[in-house]
Design a protein. Structure first.
Length: 123
């Protein structure tokens, strides 16, 4: 590495760094701040920062933080909660027709495989 030999790992160099103006920013261009409670929202400005809610915050406080942050106009990077996440359900009619589709697909694959075997035997 030190001798810069071919096939060796590259050494850290100044050219691999990002531009100083953009260093430490979220890809949206805002500074990212971790929030633990509602009171921390008052110390930062919404036009320059995006907030990320700490993983240690419970569901009830998370919902309070999200509600308060939306009122103040913050961009929230991880807003998901079990109450806001929607679960997509499949109607029962589609579930009943699914085994038939699978059986038809398996049968068609079996006939293709049998025809290929018979062609090989004939050769």
């Amino acid at each position: 590495m030190r001798k810069k030999r071919k096939g060796w790992a590259l050494s850290p160099a100044i050219g691999y760094g990002s531009h100083r103006k953009y260093r430490g920013l979220h890809p949206s261009g805002l500074k990212e701040i971790i929030i633990h409670n509602v009171n921390e929202l008052e110390n930062v400005s919404p036009d320059q920062t995006a907030i990320r809610i700490s993983a240690t915050v419970g569901e009830r406080n998370r919902l309070r933080i999200i509600e308060h942050a939306q009122q103040l106009g913050y961009k929230i990077l991880n807003p998901k909660t079990s109450k806001t996440a929607e679960v997509e359900t499949i109607p029962p009619t589609e579930l009943e027709s699914e085994p038939e589709k699978i059986e038809n697909h398996v049968e068609s694959e079996n006939t293709i495989a049998e025809s290929e075997k018979s062609e090989k035997i004939e050769d």
